[in-house]
Design a protein around this ligand. Structure first.
Ligand code: F6R
Length: 365
């Protein structure tokens, strides 16, 4: 039942405050703790020497974000692999590696093959992060963390992705708690961000109309670049993936610092550049990247946290988020990019919920 919505994807975008609250419920009640990941988690987390994340598609992008959090809060080395590549690579796993397998469905063939392969490469443990409680993935894992996104019907991942991020933030905090790598005040500060997350989404909903106007403009282009830095770099990848899969517009996500290593050659008046800007230590670096784009005639569509006004002079369009996002920036910035892709697809008249050539669950290689 679609209720007031035009598509399941739109309904699922608006379901995110509830999906996030449901996914975070245990963490909000008990705080960061290995216990959230099962009774063996304390033992496994204490002995973990390295983390390897494997996943496909949007779930892979969630893994890329998690790397920033886990490295910063725990100091553990983290690598992130596309499952279809990892499964055919050779190479041992260091004993004590925790394999984090991320999958909405828990049935993705490449992912299952990757985790079976990981088990043969060394003394590893598997942590499954999944939206389906009784799936092949959860059965084969040592530890299970569930996202509570509910059923996702739209092929393009929305609430499944943002709840993965929320669960991965909880994982980073819980590893830090277990391994005592952050002082209690710093850990408490991270935990204190969580209760506000659902409301941060609700507060952005009124921006849908402005993003719909951007989408009208974007629908006339054949290409788009998405840029971000730090945790917003994987969100640029995710924004580009959404636009590709439902609006059929060729889009690429880039780390803003990579611009001058190639993609800048593509920038001219025909290239819309969608930028996510956090008001953080890297903002000045991003600013010089924007200057480079503007000087070549690129049209910058900026989504920014409050405090990024210095960038506006370089931009064609700007939207400022209602509040600071802190370490949760990648979760929050996903929402405007979902709206943008969704309305661009609507404008183009594509089959939003069932884009051509794609399946919801990829159970074959
Ligand atoms: C993109 C999308 C896909 C999935 C990918 C992995 O919107 O939905 O890229 O993320 O097929 O699927 P799961 O997470 O079920 O393993």
């Amino acid at each position: 039942d679609l209720g007031p919505y035009r598509h399941y994807m739109q309904k699922e975008i608006f379901a995110q405050p509830v999906a996030l609250a449901d996914t975070l419920a245990a963490a909000l009640k008990h705080g960061f703790s290995p216990a959230l990941f099962g009774s063996d988690a304390h033992d496994i987390f204490s002995k973990t020497t390295a983390i390897r994340i494997v996943a496909c598609g949007s779930s892979y992008h969630a893994g890329l974000v998690a790397r920033y959090w886990i490295e910063e809060y725990t100091g553990l080395p983290v690598s992130v692999d596309i499952a279809s590549e990892y499964r055919y690579r050779s190479g041992k796993e260091q004993d004590g590696t925790l394999i984090v397998a991320i999958s909405q469905s828990g049935e993705t063939a490449d992912l299952l093959a990757a985790l079976r392969s990981a088990k043969e490469r060394g003394q590893v443990h598997i942590l499954a992060l999944c939206n389906v409680a009784h799936s092949t993935l959860t059965r084969e894992a040592d530890l299970v963390a569930l996202t509570h996104a509910g059923i996702e019907i739209g092929v393009a991942s929305t609430k499944a992705f943002t709840t993965q991020l929320a669960a991965l933030f909880t994982l980073a905090g819980s590893l830090a708690h277990c391994r005592q790598t952050l002082d209690p005040a710093a850990l408490a500060e991270l935990a204190n961000c969580l209760p506000r997350l659902p409301a941060m989404f609700t507060d952005i909903f009124p921006l849908e109309t402005a993003l719909e106007e951007w989408a009208h403009e974007l629908s006339h282009y054949n290409h788009a670049l998405f840029l971000g830095r730090h945790t917003l770099f994987p969100i640029a990848l995710e924004g580009a993936l959404k636009l590709k899969e439902i609006a059929y517009i060729h889009a690429e996500g880039y780390a803003a610092g990579e611009l001058k290593h190639g993609p800048l050659a593509l920038v001219d008046e025909e290239m819309p550049v969608i930028v996510c800007a956090a008001n953080d230590a890297l903002f000045d670096k991003l600013l010089s990247n924007l200057r480079e784009v503007q000087a070549r005639g690129g049209k910058i569509f900026l989504i920014a946290e409050p405090g990024c006004e210095a960038a506006f002079d370089y931009c064609h369009r700007t939207i400022t988020l209602p509040s600071k996002t802190g370490p949760l920036a990648p979760i929050v910035f996903t929402l405007p990019l979902q709206f943008l892709a969704y309305h661009t697809a609507c404008r183009k008249g594509t089959d939003v919920d069932k884009p051509r050539n794609l399946a919801k669950s990829v159970t074959v290689e």
